[in-house]
Design a protein around this ligand. Structure first.
Ligand code: NAP
Length: 262
């Protein structure tokens, strides 16, 4: 691949693309929207029917893989890309690295840290959804499944278990009798999670290691009740990408890029 040509901003204004769908992405967009020298465009996949919209310009829908994103970056004269997609959005982040490299746009990954087990936790870490499906029957019978709509089909063959599947949007079509859907998107409180677990006699929790405060109450509730937690690990990080863990760090990275002569 030939050496990428750096973009140049428009009359001193920099144009930042945030790949979003997370609280961090919205927080970053809100901070950048306050900067007069920055135009911020947030991108959402369009998976959720009624998404929480960030401040500023928003575009919705896939780009068509890395080539489509590379084209979009060029056509929209983007000066920097911050990939703040969810830790489990594995395809988008690979495409973002590739596309940014292709067109020579600086790229940053903003990813919140995962959760850490504390005293009293009964976590069982597994590498992926398939491993979770295999491990689950040995851990419980009544499952609070919080891994989202996309992973639900993988658990459906476990007909000997009962699932309370918490999802933002319902999947298309009916769900089988051993699954009850609970449409909700948090944030959640420990008391609320305790009530939910007790009301449905849940004896095991399945979760991704999403990290952050908005959905961690279920872990505290499971700890308090002594429930096992099946924790699905994050996809492996991309070694070549520059990554930060907080919105402040992302702002610092953007400032440093903006200060550099083009
Ligand atoms: P994914 O598997 O990495 O992405 C699948 C495809 O969706 C991508 O190839 C891309 O389509 C499109 N896409 C993903 N994020 C996009 C974005 N921000 N803007 C435009 N297109 C995007 O991701 P996913 O797991 O389906 O997640 C989809 C979105 O939901 C992400 O933006 C993520 O931040 C958010 N989210 C995901 C989870 C989760 O657990 N996975 C949880 C909360 C929020 P093209 O190839 O056509 O460009």
């Amino acid at each position: 691949m030939s050496a990428p040509t750096p973009r140049s901003g428009t009359a001193g204004r920099r144009r930042v693309l945030i790949l979003g769908g997370t609280a961090e992405a919205r927080a970053l967009a809100a901070r950048l929207a306050d900067e007069p020298a920055t135009t911020v465009i947030s991108s959402l996949a369009g998976r959720v029917a009624d998404p929480r919209l960030p401040v500023g310009e928003v575009r919705i829908g896939g780009f068509g893989g890395a080539p489509g994103l590379a084209r979009w970056l060029s056509e929209n004269r983007i000066d920097a890309v911050v990939d703040a997609t969810h830790p489990y959005a594995a395809r988008m982040r690979v495409a973002a690295v590739d596309a940014a490299a292709t067109v020579g746009v600086p790229h940053l990954r903003l990813e919140r840290p995962g959760w850490s087990a504390r005293h009293g936790d009964r976590w069982h870490r597994v590498p992926d959804v398939d491993a979770a499906v295999r491990a689950l029957p040995a851990l419980g019978r009544r499952v609070l499944l919080t891994t989202g709509r996309q992973s639900l089909p993988a658990f459906l063959p476990l007909t000997g278990l009962w699932f309370l599947a918490r999802v933002v949007d319902a999947p298309a079509g009916p769900v089988p009798a051993h699954v009850r859907l609970l449409r909700s998107r948090g944030p959640y409180t420990v008391d609320g999670e305790l009530d939910l677990i007790r009301a449905h006699r849940i004896d095991v929790l399945v979760t991704k290691d999403s990290g952050g405060p908005l959905t961690e109450a279920k872990l505290a509730a499971a700890r308090r009740l002594g429930l096992p937690v099946l924790m699905i690990d994050r996809p492996a990080a991309i070694a070549s990408s520059t990554a930060v863990a907080t919105v402040e760090q992302a702002l610092g990275w953007l400032s440093a890029r903006h200060a550099q002569p083009g």
